[in-house]
Structure formats: structure tokens, C-alpha cells
Design a protein around this ligand. Sequence first.
Ligand code: ADP
Ligand code: ASP
Ligand code: MG
Length: 419
Amino acid sequence: MSLIVQKYGGTSMGSVERIRNVAKRVAKWHAAGHQVVVVPSAMSGETNRLLGLAKEISPRPDAREQDMLAATGEQASSSLLAMALIAMGVPARSYAGWQVAVHTDSAYTKARIKSIDSDRVKGDLDAGRVVIVTGFQGIDDNGNITTLGRGGSDTSAVAIAAAMGAEECLIFTDVDGVYTTDPRVVPEARRMSVVSFEEMFELASLGSKVLQIRSVEFAGKYRVPVRVLSSLTDPEIALEEEKNSGTLITFEEDQKMEAAVVSGIAFSRDEAKFTLRAVPDTPGVAYSILGPIAAANIDVDMILQNLSAQGTTDFSFTVNRIDADRTNELLETQIGPAVGAGEIVFDSKVAKVSIVGIGMRSHAGVASAMFRALSEEGINIQMISTSEIKTSVVIDEKYMELAVRALHKAFELDQEKAQ
Ligand code: ADP
Ligand code: ASP
Ligand code: MG
């Protein structure tokens, strides 16, 4: 009997009706003889509502207490799903992260999973129950509840699948797979039936919200087969059909080598750009600026340094917008004065747009085709970063959707490809 982990996102759990549909779908897999662990997200809008309440109480809520609060969303949806299953006659039990336990580090609001005890879950599965484990949360070594960052239920699911050696981890969501770009922005986007692990990793890390990046990391590290598929189809859809639907993340890298040079486009509005002007150009300046940022556990994304004729440098970098306030404070109070910077400029109205494709390895001129497509739309590029299989640009936020549409067209992602 194979073990399947199924994750259902916020929209999929968004109402009593939808929770009943999830229960029907789960019951179908259970009735077919599978052991099923379900990892639900909070009902859609709930995590935002809770975080909004926290912000009303305090502009910078205590991180431990914020996690304590945010974790309740998944606890509610998990127990509701268990009730729905039990009402249908399917034995089920829900557990909060700490009951399992899902062990994490203590980085509140963005904790990392360290290990998972699966004995309790196994016991229930062996007794014929469906087991529901709250997504998005865990417990640190001191018994504090932690959360895994926005979108973290994907990571909970893949980590549980890895820890328990599941046959597959099914990520049920409100789209029927991974598309060439977000179909809400480009209606012509096409669903990929398979996407290579490397491409999915880049797409997720560059902003495609369909999977949280850490879930893709876990999938790669433990070789967990992950499939993204729709929770909004008829829950009674034939199992065999459902098993082959959506998008499978494949580890067979060769499979797509002959396919499109660019496979997908990702974008992120979560960027904030800082520029320190007229910094004296001396050895160690980059370290003096970015060392304290790293020490504060803030990830820096793109970096750009421009030398001026006066022997000073303008130093720009981007961070995630959630870290913008803390970065600004560090720059104003500590880093700027220490390095003798002139003006410090903060711009939160930027976005990052990226093209991704493993075919870029073997093709030249892809980045310049990107720059041409953007210039034809009159879009100014503020920063560029490239790696083997992606090119990213930072642009004014107001042109983001235009840029994504233009690039999708320029790289013919709306066209059916001969494989
Ligand atoms: P869930 O609540 O199920 O976790 P999310 O909202 O986190 O769902 O992720 C699904 C959403 O991701 C889709 O509704 C879609 O708008 C967005 N998305 C972004 N990029 C892509 C992509 N390349 N393919 C499919 N969906 C994408
Ligand atoms: N409920 C959490 C969030 O909204 C986790 C998730 O949905 O994956 O970010
Ligand atoms: Mg999500």
C-alpha cells in the first residue's frame, strides 16, 4: 500500500464546501487503498487576517507571538478537514506541527525544518486512519511554535513526504499545474506536463508563488516526486486520470534539453532596492556594507556597484520587501555612517522579472533577446543578474506585467513546442 502526501492550499480549503470537496478527494484515495497524509493550509485570507490583527496591535509584533498567532490558521483548517472526513465515515485524525513533531530552528516567521518524527503518524496510518498534519508550522528545541514563511505549507508537505518515504507528494492548488508564467498575468501561458527540478527551483526562487522555494529544495535533496495539480476539479475524477494530471517535477534533466531555450518567466514584487551613494572606494567596502546585513539574517539578492570618476562608488543592492525596514534602519544608523556613505536611497517600487530555461546553457544571445524585448516596450533596466540558466532584471514595478507579457511573447512561450 503506497503512502501519498497531499497538500491543499488556501483557496482549496477556502470554504466549508471546498473542505468537503477536499474530504471527498482524500476519501477516494483512501478507499483505493492508499495511506494518505494530508497537509492543509489555512483557509484563504486567514493568515493575512491574523497577521493584519498583529500589525494593528503593534507595527512590529513580537516574532514569537506572531508565529503563535499565525499557526492557528492551519490548526483550524486541519481540524475542520478531519471532522469532514469523520462525518463521511473515514477515520481521520489531525495533528498540529508540535504534536507530530515537526522540529525546526528558532528563526520565527521563517523557520527551517530540521527533522520530523513520523512514528505517531505511522501508527495512525497503520491503524487505517487518514492523518492530517497542519502545514506551515513546527516547534523549536525550546518548545516554541514556529512558522516556515509565507507559502510554507508546500515545504511542510514535501518534508513530510521525504521523512516518511512517500511515493509521491501531490500539491493541490487553484491552478492545474505549473505554467510558463503565472496564468493570472498572461492568460496565454501554457501548462507544462513536466518541469525539470532545476527549472522549478529557479522559478520558485525567482518569485513563482506556485511552490515555496524550500519545498523544491527538499524535493531535490531527498528526490521526492512532486506533482502540482488542481483541487478545483470534480473530486470524484477517476484516480488514474488524477494521478497523471498537472505538472510533475522531474529529475531527468536530459529530457528537456532539446526543448525551449526559455521555459518559463518568473516575477516578484517583493523587492526593495537600496543605494548608498558616494561611498569611498576602498578594499573591504562591500563587506562593510553587506556583512552587518548578513549578520542580521537578511538575504541580499542583486548587487550593483558603479565607480565614479571621483574615486567613490554607488553601491546598490536588493532585499526582500519584508526585510526593507530593518535594512533601512541598519543602513541609516550603522552601516552608512561606518562606511562614510553620502545619500542613502530606498526604492520599494521595483520588481524583478526573470527568464529561466536549462536550454540557456547551450544557447548564446538569450539575455540580449530579453533586453531587446524590454527596450522595444520602452522599459528601463535598473539591475541585471545572470546565471547559467536564468537572467533577471530589476525594473520599475509599474512595468512588471507589461514586461512579463512582452517576454512571454518574445520567447514564444504561448506556442506549442515540438518536443
Ligand atoms: P496555494 O494557496 O494553493 O498554495 P498559491 O497562491 O500559493 O496557492 O499558488 C498558486 C498560484 O501561483 C496560482 O494561483 C498562480 O496565480 C500563481 N503562479 C505563479 N506563477 C505560476 C506558474 N508559473 N504556474 C502556475 N501558477 C503560478
Ligand atoms: N497559510 C500560510 C500562508 O498563507 C502558509 C501556506 O498557505 O502555505 O502563507
Ligand atoms: Mg502557496
